[in-house]
Design a protein around this ligand. Structure first.
Ligand code: GTP
Ligand code: MG
Length: 296
């Protein structure tokens, strides 16, 4: 009889290391948004992969940082919970980042009881000698017990090898979720994230970081899904930037998000959006709770 292997495989690391790209590759669906900017992911997002004799419950998490706002503290709370409940911790390291920075992550994860799989990602941007030296160093930094693997999440390189290693490290366990369940997040969550991705892609400086998206209504009809969304920012100058001349920026964000939504749900989408100023929302616990940032 073959053993059924299952468990929580939580993906952590510095902002921009490629955690969300890796999670999407492992799950085979675009569950997490990806942008070239740091601090894209703000929530813990589960992605479940079920097979004959295994169930991987992946979690993508926000990048580890020193909090400046209550929002950051909530983001780090998601990370700390993920460090605690992991069976296997996937620690994503950016091969283009300085090796000196690895100690910061090693210290942050030091109390986690999970098995450690250290991923040297973005190796397509490095060279053979540098990769070999860094892999050796990572083993020293994260401990002899850790398994170290090189990947390129963007190009899908070594994802199968990584899956084999995860299966090997996971304990025997139950099926935590039904076979057809892929995530813990709602359709409204994914809709808001798709809009937020386009805000991150199209706008610079503080605007993306000051923005939040709330789905006011999500109505699925036979041939169309109708979505109404509110974009919040912190100042009226940011509101003007989000709307753009004659509404051009809001239109661009809306068109790009709608295309992604139509692909994701395989259905025609109507997307209505408005922009509002919600001063200081990143440091307002009531607002953070409303936007789903407070656990428990
Ligand atoms: N060249 C290259 N780029 C990559 C690779 N993996 C991710 N990227 C890019 O790195 C950037 C950040 O990727 P994300 O997956 O959003 O990174 P993240 O760790 O989730 O970032 P946060 O959510 O901000 O913490 C994006 O532009 C990705 O396309 C890789 O293997 N090679
Ligand atoms: Mg991310």
């Amino acid at each position: 009889m073959t053993l059924f292997k299952s468990g929580f495989v939580n993906i952590v690391g510095k902002p921009n290391a490629g955690k969300s790209t890796l999670m999407n590759q492992l799950v085979g669906e675009k569950l997490a948004i990806i942008t070239p900017k740091a601090q894209t992911t703000r929530h813990r997002i589960m992605g479940i992969v079920s097979g004959e004799d295994f169930q991987f419950v992946f979690s993508d998490t926000p990048g580890m940082l020193e909090p400046k706002y209550d929002l950051h503290e909530s983001m780090m709370d998601f990370v700390y919970t993920a460090l605690d409940d992991a069976d296997v911790l996937i620690i994503v390291i950016d091969a283009t980042d300085k090796a000196e920075n690895d100690a910061y992550i090693a210290q942050k994860i030091s109390k986690s009881p999970a098995k450690r799989l250290v991923i040297l990602n973005k190796i397509d941007l490095s060279n053979q000698d540098a990769i070999m030296a860094r892999l050796h160093q990572l083993k020293l930094t994260f401990g002899e017990d850790s398994v170290v693997i090189a990947t390129s999440a963007l190009h899908g390189f070594n994802i199968d090898g990584l899956k084999q290693e995860i299966k090997h490290l996971l304990p025997e366990g139950p099926k935590y979720f039904p076979d057809d369940e892929m995530t813990d997040k709602t359709e409204r969550f994914f809709a808001s994230e798709m809009i937020r991705e386009k805000i991150f892609m199209n706008l610079q400086k503080e605007v993306p970081y000051s923005s939040e998206v709330e789905i006011l209504s999500f109505k699925e009809e036979e041939n169309i899904i109708r979505i109404e969304a509110e974009i919040y920012c912190e100042r009226s100058t940011q509101k003007n930037i989000l709307i753009g001349t004659g509404g051009s920026m809001l239109k661009k964000i809306g068109t790009e998000a709608r295309k992604d939504m139509e692909l994701f749900w395989g259905k025609k989408i109507y997307l209505g959006m408005h922009v509002k100023v919600l001063e200081g929302w990143r440091s307002d616990r009531l607002k953070l709770k409303r936007f789903g940032y407070l656990q428990g």
